[in-house]
Design a protein around this ligand. Structure first.
Ligand code: ATP
Length: 236
């Protein structure tokens, strides 16, 4: 069984059904990308996984255990860290306090060494460790959101459009770091992203979501070569 597995997942907001029977898997150590136009249901898919959607039917399995509709805290404790769109860091708190909050559920002694480790991966966070998170640039805040999620020592990272609002150079850097973390730690990731070429470059597989249904899926290089995908999401 895959690390994360969605079987026939449907759901939405009250009377509005957004997802229509999604099947999706992420294996241990794998990066999978979800592409799709605005409103296709990408964010809703991540919310269905992390317990933030009220009406979910079908099944979500994580590490062979069913987690469908469990409380967000329980799902986070099971090893799923969600970096939401808009990042969700605490703007008034320092960089370092945000990182500590990411480890709030941990009872092991490795928090300090993990902070040092992520400062090494994201040197700009180290330089700004005593600065209020909200005073940093968008790119730095995105890196903080990722580092904070990593502080929970997750087994999978859910990332919702990490490139949103970032300059191209910074977006590139964010994806380079994600690719590096995936390679070094073998950390699985499920990435929702509009910047298809950068996301597919670090992914092994991807899928395209259209009005809550998966309309194409396959290995990243195949999707990259697919003419429909290229026209719609890669712009060439
Ligand atoms: P985007 O790239 O714009 O974030 P998306 O693919 O992530 O798009 P979702 O955010 O999952 O799409 O939204 C899917 C549909 O659900 C849209 O039609 C949206 O209007 C609707 N929707 C999203 N959030 C809510 C909500 N809280 N209440 C009602 N409808 C919602």
């Amino acid at each position: 069984m895959s690390l994360l597995e969605l079987r026939g997942v449907s759901g939405g907001y009250g009377p509005v059904q957004v997802l229509h029977g999604l099947d999706l898997t992420v294996d241990e150590g794998e990066v999978v990308v979800i592409l799709g136009a605005n409103g296709a249901g990408k964010t809703t898919t991540l919310r269905a996984i992390s317990g933030m959607l009220d009406d979910v039917s079908g099944n979500v399995f994580f590490d062979a255990a069913e987690i469908t509709s469990k409380a967000p805290q329980a799902i986070a404790r099971a090893g799923i860290s969600h970096v939401p769109q808009g990042r969700g860091t605490f703007g008034d708190l320092t960089v370092e306090d945000n990182l500590r909050l990411g480890a709030i559920n941990r009872r092991d002694g490795g928090v300090e060494s993990d902070i040092a480790r992520w400062y090494e991966t994201f040197p700009r966070l180290a330089e700004r460790r005593t600065q209020a998170a909200g005073s940093m640039s968008g790119g730095e805040q995105q890196m903080l959101a990722i580092a904070r999620a990593l502080m929970a020592r997750p087994r999978i990272l859910l990332l919702d459009e990490p490139s949103l609002g970032l300059a191209p150079l910074i977006t590139r850097e964010v994806f380079e770091r994600l690719g590096q973390i995936n390679k070094e730690d073998g950390l699985a990731m499920l990435v929702v992203e509009q910047n298809a070429s950068l996301a597919l470059a670090i992914a092994s597989r991807g899928c395209v979501l259209e009005t809550g249904r998966i309309v194409a899926s396959g290995p990243a290089d195949q999707l990259m070569a697919d003419e429909t995908v290229r026209k719609a999401y890669l712009g060439f």
